[in-house]
Design a protein around this ligand. Sequence first.
Ligand SMILES: O=c1ccn([C@@H]2O[C@H](COP(=O)(O)O)[C@@H](O)[C@H]2O)c(=O)[nH]1
Length: 239
Amino acid sequence: MTVAQSIIDRLVVALDVPTGAEALALARTLSGRAGMFKVGLELFCAEGPAFVREVQKAGPVFLDLKLHDIPNTVHRAMEALLPMNPSLVTIHTQGGPAMIEAAAQAVKAHRQRGGRTQLLGVTVLTSLDREALARLGSTAEPGDLALHLARLAKACGCDGVVCSAHEAASVRDACGAPFHRLTPGIRPGGVATQDQARVVTPAQALREGATWLVVGRPITQAPDPAAAAQGILLEMAGA
Ligand SMILES: O=c1ccn([C@@H]2O[C@H](COP(=O)(O)O)[C@@H](O)[C@H]2O)c(=O)[nH]1
């Protein structure tokens, strides 16, 4: 069965493998079955900016470095990243309003020069549950905190947030549909949750209003990654 391009475009595959060679092989294997490839800290630290340009030959890149530092440092790091022209970049919203605004200012200037990067703020990591937040000193429910941080991200100039799909509908309702919801923590039925705490199935994530689904290990560690991606796309198509 063929899957509509509009569904394929919403699947982001996290290339969380140790080497550039493995990541490029995976990206080529998955060509036509993903709308974007995520390059995260592991790969970026190992391979650097030239590698991002290599992956961009296989598809648009989500550069997920989750910057979190004082405003000046994040602004300058963002300025250094933007010439790669990734489709999406991330910061941690818990860096605070001035830090988010500093990142947004750099992205805005990049777009005024013709760039196309969009800025997403990470709300509450999908690996965190209520107990983990309590140990961090917060009495908030993860969903409530994620919604609060999404409102802050919007007010400070982000184009969307990273959140669990459990929160996607409330973020959409509070911040508007054009404000993106990129949702990791995706697990097809029967697949181990591993270190993720707030998980949903691919179909559920789409029904909840996720803009993009980020999937790593359920595809990259599958015996046949192309077949695993196809299975997820079919589930998304039937949502
Ligand atoms: O809250 C967050 C933010 C980012 N991620 C990233 O998404 C992928 C998920 O990988 P899986 O193997 O499908 O669990 C990974 O690259 C994380 O860095 C996240 O999981 N949660």
